[in-house]
Write a protein that binds this ligand. Structure first.
Ligand code: ADP
Ligand code: MG
Length: 359
């Protein structure tokens, strides 16, 4: 039922002249849930979020907040908090004044405002910074002021548009944890926009993947990563090896797939083996490609050559050539590294492929 959802977006559209920024988007956010909108730049994330906040009117569709139709309500009647990508702090106002701003607009009393500001600053770790100006704060602190300002209004739900994208990597990762812990502690329903797959996967209960104004997939992080189900999701979230082939024969719960333009034959687990001759696209994550000096036992063991090496520190990515096909293999940096051009063995567990239909 509608009232069970904190946010219910039903078939919303946004048209800018001939540009369709958001095209028939629907999803729900449950009470206390953390949901991310994830997708490349220009896919309609901000437009979707701003329609929910009330800053942009949809060209069609319905938006409900806690069961109430808010589609035609102004932002201040929606009880929704918003954290902007660039923080949008008032530069001439102190931290306390910035946080108090929305409360003053709502004509609350002085003591009430002082209490709420104090609370919001305490919760975001900013007690003691009341009298600073934004320019006297680090990027991470400014980001927290923006968050405190949203929290001070005690919104029923919090909308955030790439709130960490202006921070450097170390701070961004620290702030991810802080934000997520705060959100859990306050049990705050959150819709979070990001183009950063790590952020979406690590923080969210569920992820709405968007592409070209449309919803490509809604699922939990591990489902999105482990079984992307479409080429777009597989490509956008993580790195994927794509192999096109044809089913040679099926045996029990397995298919033998002949990879196109190559002598490579793969044994692939498949609950419902596709028909013989069916064209298949196989997805294979790089960390599922095992690389070793010694010949391993089992199915899908192939001789290969290392043709390219990317050293990341904790992991190493090898590009290996197998029967004229190029595969990405990512391994933990625990064994002696392989050298370029070295002969190696590649093994792939038949259960680690994912299949999608080839169009
Ligand atoms: P994202 O936040 O995912 O990067 P946006 O929601 O900002 O994407 O934009 C989605 C699409 O709509 C883009 O193609 C963008 O150029 C277009 N768009 C956004 N706002 C406007 C506008 N005010 N006028 C015209 N086109 C717009
Ligand atoms: Mg955006």
């Amino acid at each position: 039922h509608a009232t069970e959802h904190a946010i219910q977006v039903h078939r919303i559209f946004k048209q800018y002249g001939r540009i369709t920024a958001v095209n028939d988007v629907s999803f729900e956010v449950g009470q206390g849930e953390f949901v991310s909108l994830l997708g490349p730049s220009g896919c309609g994330k901000t437009t979707t979020l701003r329609m929910i906040a009330g800053f942009i009117m949809p060209s069609g569709g319905t938006i409900r907040v806690n069961g109430r139709d808010v589609t035609h309500l102004p932002p201040e009647k929606r009880e929704v908090g918003f954290v902007f990508q660039n923080y949008a702090l008032w530069p001439h106002m102190t931290v306390a004044e910035n946080v108090a701003f929305g409360l003053k607009l709502r004509k609350h009393g002085k003591d009430f405002i002082r209490n709420k500001v104090e609370e919001a600053l305490s919760v975001t770790g900013l007690s003691g910074y009341e009298d600073r100006l934004p320019r006297q704060l680090s990027g991470g602190q400014q980001q927290r002021v923006a968050l405190a300002r949203a929290l001070a209004l005690e919104p029923q739900l919090l909308l955030m548009d790439e709130p960490l994208s202006n921070l450097d990597r170390a701070l961004r990762i620290a702030m991810r944890r802080e934000l997520k812990q705060l959100q859990s502690r306050l049990n705050m329903t959150t819709l979070y926009v990001t183009h950063d797959q790590e952020e979406a996967l690590s923080m969210s209960d569920r992820v709405v993947v968007m592409n070209g104004g449309e919803v490509a997939r809604v699922a939990r992080p591990f489902e999105i990563y482990e079984d992307p189900q479409s080429e777009f999701v597989a490509d956008f979230v993580g790195t994927t090896n794509f192999l096109d082939g044809e089913v040679l024969r099926t045996q029990g719960g397995q298919a033998v797939v002949q990879v196109g333009n190559s002598p490579l034959q793969l044994v692939v687990d498949s609950e419902m083996p596709p028909a013989q001759g069916a064209p298949m696209r196989i997805l294979l994550r790089p960390e599922r490609v095992h690389v070793s000096r010694d010949r391993p036992e089992g199915a899908n063991v192939f001789a290969a050559t290392v043709s390219f090496i990317e050293y990341f520190g904790p992991t190493i990515r090898y590009t290996v050539e197998v029967e004229g096909k190029r595969l990405q293999a990512e391994v933990h940096n625990v064994d002696r590294p392989l050298a370029i051009s070295s002969p190696v063995w590649v093994r792939i567990d038949p259960g680690h492929f994912r299949l999608i239909d080839r169009k």
